[in-house]
Write a protein that binds this ligand. Structure first.
Ligand SMILES: NC(=O)c1ccc[n+]([C@@H]2O[C@H](COP(=O)([O-])OP(=O)(O)OC[C@H]3O[C@@H](n4cnc5c(N)ncnc54)[C@H](OP(=O)(O)O)[C@@H]3O)[C@@H](O)[C@H]2O)c1
Length: 337
């Protein structure tokens, strides 16, 4: 089958469009999906570069791509939840990837029926970023109606979902965006928008209940100044901490000790401010995707797409995302097959 394959760890040339990869053979609880569109995410180029090798090392060559929308072709012997012809979407299993291809094998617990109101390209833009936003805001920050949350980097893939989900929970939302993204984040519901090219957010925001950091680095360090004592900062782009190893990755003491060491400075800053720090790795979940589909069909969650590329230009699509300026999501369409 046609697929975008990682042949070695490295730069953009480390991937190849190939026609000689066999279609996946599905296991008993898996479903074979004819992929109609695949979403792209920063994890795709971070994986290609080998930045995540300490966590997950793929046997090469491996088919890239972490989220899809498509049509069910067949189901494994013990998979009962989906039937041939169902329109579905999923964040794929992290151990296999495989979304940038004509066919994907997906565990049925990771799949959900895609929202009726969306095209395949729109549906493929949803799973990874929307699940990340939902799991961070609902499960880690436990955001409540009336609370104030700061979401850094609101104009990108995760941010555009996070702003809307936080508003749906009844929170007041502050975010950072450049003039290129300001109109978008305001339309999605952001109450306070700080132009990060002109102003430091910690000069404007005070005593927020929570922060959701999508940027890491200096932005993460500064976010501790805007949250009040007893609050929480959740990052998806900073440094992992011991709970990340144990809870999110199911790993033992060795990785937890490594994450303890690399997060030492961040955790010390958090402790000094009386704030809980947590680094989240999101997880695939068909149940959570069903909840997201309900919000989309109820017009409570808008899918923002920056650009759709044909599959023949999948490498260009990844380079476009890698430039870091996407407003909403970047998607690859398989409709040329
Ligand atoms: N741990 C997890 O499970 C998990 C899950 C999903 C994503 N992530 C990580 O989360 C991060 C965000 O992902 P994403 O998909 O949202 O990325 P993205 O779509 O590539 O984000 C691009 C957006 O970020 C904005 N931006 C860049 N620098 C900024 C700054 N200093 N302040 C405010 N906005 C800024 C850009 O706006 P301008 O062009 O206007 O500057 C652009 O619109 C990535 O590092 C990704 O790997 C982690």
């Amino acid at each position: 089958m046609r697929s975008l394959v990682l042949t070695r760890y490295g730069g953009p040339d480390a991937t190849e469009l190939r026609d000689d990869i066999p279609a996946p053979v599905v296991g008993p609880r898996e479903v074979l999906v004819r992929v109609r569109a695949a979403g792209l995410n920063p994890v795709d180029f971070k994986t290609r570069e080998g930045k995540l090798k300490a966590i997950r090392r793929y046997p090469l060559p491996v088919v890239m791509g972490n989220e899809i929308a498509g049509v069910v072709e067949s189901a494994g012997s013990s998979a009962t939840r989906f039937s041939k012809g169902d329109r579905v979407f999923a964040r794929l299993d992290k151990d296999t990837m495989g979304g940038l291809a004509e066919w994907a094998g997906v565990h049925e617990d990771h799949l959900a029926k895609m929202p009726d109101s969306l095209t395949f390209e729109e549906a493929a833009a949803v799973p990874l970023a929307a699940l990340t936003a939902l799991q961070a805001l609902r499960d880690e920050l436990r955001l409540q109606s009336g609370e104030r949350v700061f979401i850094s980097g609101g104009a990108g893939g995760v941010g555009t979902f996070a702003i809307q989900i936080a508003k749906h929970f009844g929170a007041t939302v502050a975010t950072t965006a450049s003039p290129r993204g300001e109109a978008l984040v305001r339309r999605l519901g952001a109450d306070v928008v700080i132009d990060y090219t002109r102003q430091r957010f910690e000069d404007v925001l005070r005593d927020y209940d929570a922060a959701f950091d999508l940027l890491g680095g200096d932005d993460l360090a500064r976010s501790f100044s805007v949250v009040k004592r007893g609050g929480t900062v959740v990052s998806i782009a900073g440094v992992p901490e011991p709970e990340t190893a144990r809870r999110d990755l199911g790993r033992g003491d060795a990785l937890a000790a490594l994450f303890w060491a690399i997060s030492f400075g961040t955790r010390r800053t958090a402790a000094r401010h009386g704030i809980r720090y947590r680094y989240l790795f999101m997880h695939p979940s068909g149940t959570d995707l069903e909840a997201i589909a309900v919000l989309i069909d109820a017009k409570k969650l808008e899918v923002v797409i920056d650009k759709v590329f044909p599959f023949a230009e999948a490498k260009e699509a990844l380079a476009y995302l890698e430039a870091g300026r996407a407003k909403g999501k970047v998607v690859v369409s398989m409709s040329s097959f």
